[in-house]
Design a protein around this ligand. Sequence first.
Ligand code: FES
Length: 355
Amino acid sequence: MTIELQRPVGAPIVIDDLERLSFRVDRRAYTDDDLAAREMTRIFDRCWLYVGHESEVPGPGSYVARDVGGRPVFMARGSDGVIRVFANSCTHRGALICSQPAGQARSFRCPYHDWTFSNQGDLVGVPIPDGYGPGFRKADFGLAQHRSDSYRGFVFVTFDPEQPRTLTEYLAGATEYLDLIDDQSEVGMEVIQGAQLHGARANWKLMMENSVDIYHFRALHKRYVSYMESLGSVPPRRRGGFGCALGLGHGANELPPAAARPLAYWTPMFGAEVRPRIEATAARFVDRFGAERAERITGTNRAVLIFPNLMIIDAIAITIRKIDPIGAGQMAITSVALAPGTRIRTSGNSARVTT
Ligand code: FES
């Protein structure tokens, strides 16, 4: 039997009924191609979007190339130490300049006609320069640089030159959660080399929503839960947990860990031999931040959604997920691991050590 759901033309996509504590979303939100196209122009072309982490471009000349919000970009640390985000498109005839996902370069040469750009974006080399008219000036053809900024090592870009908010204003309450993550290292956090690239035939919003949906955890991840129990995980040392809105579409949840956190929360699953080291680290956190904040940093799991394309799962490991919609019914997901760093982070031209 076929059941056709009749919906009145123009019916709302979202019904948020605070009086009845009811929040309902029409499934067109996940399948409608016109809506997906409008999301790209009204959300991804306007918001601040996550690009990557400063530690992915640790030294002058290092770069990473990737798609963000449907556009090819590359993030490069110039020889001057400054991180910039460029359109990955030659200013001559638009060929892709950076074809490697990551590397080290003093300059970038376009493969089509060999125009060459410095790692600060300046056009520095043009074959047969006499072939251009007298008005041609290399200074007019530097790489297109997008507006970018970083907060606690997380680099964001906006494709809207008139985006009215600074990055910090845009992040709103999410800054508190990025602080809780970055404070886990005395020298800054680092992305561990290597990434998992996934594709899914599903709408991008499903991944974002799922990442803060803790309701599903024990039902869907039974095998993981029993595996952790077999390793000696213990019940949470405290109960509780909450979810919260952080403003401008961002949100988070916090839960006591059911397993352990390798940074500074020891449980038997790690083995007795590492207990002194982990507990010494925990004591240093109490010295630095006080008992209450140290417990929140090191003894609490959290998931943070930074609208529209960044999820951070901070539990027994820290996973950064960058989401890229591909129409209504597909998405690309890039996952990397974040961990306490081993080198002093440089931001712009200055070195910073968190003490
Ligand atoms: S398109 Fe890049 S040099 Fe021509």
